[in-house]
Design a protein around this ligand. Structure first.
Ligand code: NAD
Ligand code: G3P
Length: 380
């Protein structure tokens, strides 16, 4: 097995001198948690990482490799893994939570008694909590802890590429300017940049929503789509994502940034994305259950799609791609039939923030009344 040492190679170049070391805790032993733990350590922080698997803990501490999630990469040797939550959180000034959405609240609840009001608390998880309340991860952090410094880290961040040292960037979103600035200091290094945002919900929704479209694009890729098709799907996905997020109070501008279009591009283009891979496997003819089992990790979009579709219906937000994906994944609709049906549906506005969708549809309906022979059957 070849173990690249991208993390270690960057350590001396990035380590600030003469500064007191920040105490960092990472909750989660998956690939992103491991990549972030290593980056923080290369920046000179004292890093402890919490994970449940004792064998993996021992392996990380002795061999400095996460054999389960990032087997080919050397972790900064100063990262200390442990299955003891109290030990990991002891004196932690910054806590990064990299736990799948399904277990996020339970883990945060376990950590909460050890998190103070001044602890910086950042979610890196791109998902939505199951249930009727449509809770984002940062809302769980607010509900379960007393921290006054909550943030969200999200962007085009394939963990394996970060681990390999590919130049990458992310966004720290928080209402609190000190939280933003301190995370930028703690995590930026020669191969990782951190930009700031004050649109926490927009950034968080960008990360959660793009997963479902990556499944759709992966599926289309396996069905032999062209690049025009990919581009159309991604751009219309962006229109849906921003429409949904704006209806929930986010800024549409956030979707022009790394956590919007940036993350959508990478997740809809790379076979390293778990969501893309699940979609691709389904496009090749596997069932959803087979695709998820073959992946062996969490593809958040599978759990997110019904929450988004349900919420969009309740709020009256038009989400045809998400709705279509739901029908393909859970109602047995053939993806090719679904693609045809989408192509025949109403043609609205390109950018709704310049030409509102209803204005474009009204004009089409007026044109259909004036020139009935030219109109499409499906126009209403
Ligand atoms: N992997 C990436 O490239 C990447 C990049 C950016 C963001 N993210 C986001 O970060 C989050 C974490 O992703 P990841 O890839 O690090 O790991 P992951 O989603 O594969 O799993 C994370 C860790 O959580 C642990 N875990 C699962 N259920 C648990 C439970 N009930 N109690 C305690 N621990 C539990 C797993 O054992 C694993 O160590 C995801 O929500 C993902 O959307 C991932
Ligand atoms: O592997 P995925 O599909 O969960 O995507 C990973 C990251 O979110 C990409 O930014």
């Amino acid at each position: 097995m070849t173990v690249h040492s991208a993390f270690a190679d960057h350590s001396t170049a990035s380590r600030p001198s003469g500064e007191r070391s920040l105490q960092v805790a990472v909750l989660g032993g998956g690939s992103f948690g491991t990549a972030l733990a290593s980056i923080a350590a290369t920046r000179g922080a004292h890093v402890r990482q919490w994970l449940r698997d004792e064998q993996l803990v021992a392996h990380i501490n002795e061999q400095h490799v996460n054999v389960r999630y990032l087997p080919n990469f050397a972790i900064d040797p100063s990262v200390h893994a442990s299955s003891d939550m109290a030990f990991v959180l002891e004196q932690a000034e910054l806590v990064l939570v990299a736990i799948p959405s399904g277990a996020f609240r339970a883990v945060v609840r376990q950590a909460a008694p050890l998190i103070g009001t001044e602890t910086l608390l950042v979610s890196t998880t791109k998902g939505i909590e199951a249930g009727d309340d449509f809770h984002l991860m940062s809302q769980i952090l607010e509900e379960e802890t007393v921290s006054r410094h909550i943030g969200v880290l999200s962007g085009p961040n394939l963990a394996a590429e970060i681990a390999e040292g590919h130049l990458s960037a992310s966004v720290i979103a928080s209402d609190d300017d000190m939280t933003r600035a301190r995370i930028q200091q703690a995590l930026s290094c020669d191969h990782f940049r951190v930009y700031a945002s004050n649109d926490r919900f927009g950034v968080e929704l960008g990360g959660a929503l793009k997963n479902i479209y990556a499944i759709a694009v992966g599926m289309a890729a396996a069905l032999g789509m062209g690049e025009n098709t990919r581009s159309m799907l991604m751009t219309r996905a962006l229109a849906e994502m921003s429409r949904f997020a704006v209806a929930r109070g986010a800024s549409p501008m956030t979707f022009l940034g790394l956590a919007g279009i940036g993350d959508l591009i990478v997740t809809c283009s790379s076979p390293l994305s778990r969501n893309y891979r699940v979609g691709y496997a389904i496009g090749e003819g596997r069932s959803l259950e087979e695709a998820v089992e073959a992946l062996g990790q969490v593809a958040e979009g599978v759990n997110t799609v019904h929450l988004i579709v349900d919420r969009a219906q309740r709020d009256g937000v038009y989400m045809p791609l998400a709705q279509a994906l739901y029908q393909v994944l859970f109602e047995g609709v053939d993806p090719r039939d679904m693609a045809l049906s989408l192509m025949r549906s109403e043609q609205g506005s390109d950018v709704e923030f310049t030409l509102p969708r209803e204005a474009a549809l009204d004009a089409q309906r007026r044109a259909a009344r004036t020139h009935p022979n030219d109109s499409r059957d499906t126009l209403t």
